[in-house]
Write a protein that binds this ligand. Structure first.
Ligand SMILES: [Zn+2]
Length: 113
């Protein structure tokens, strides 16, 4: 079941992130990292241009390029997501980014006898 971000029961911040959302966030970060690295590499060969919006426009244009960049970023993010799930979440399902509280889905618990 896909869960949205809930408030943490310990610190009450809206920073409690479920396992699946954590994966999505890390994959997004991986894609952003690849886009930024590619953008910086291309700018090193280009003449300096400080016109408003120009750099953002070029960065956004990278998103429209064929699959390899997005696939590379997704793979990079998924590798980190696997480590986050393994080393941070363990057997838990949600993590509060603010206070570190870990939570299990109650629906996953075995029924009491
Ligand atoms: Zn918290």
């Amino acid at each position: 079941m896909m869960k949205t971000c809930n408030n943490c029961t310990i610190c009450n911040s809206a920073t409690l992130i479920h396992r699946q959302n954590l994966r999505t966030l890390v994959v997004m970060a991986g894609v952003l990292d690849v886009l930024l690295r590619t953008h910086v590499e291309r700018q090193q060969d280009a003449p300096t241009n400080h016109a408003p919006w120009e750099q953002l426009g070029k960065l956004v244009a990278l998103v429209a390029e064929p699959a390899p960049l997005l696939a590379e970023g997704t793979a990079q993010g998924e590798a980190l997501a696997d480590n986050v799930a393994k080393h941070w979440l363990g057997t838990f399902d949600s993590l509060c980014l603010n206070c570190g509280f870990l939570l299990m889905d109650e629906s996953d618990d075995p029924a009491p006898e």
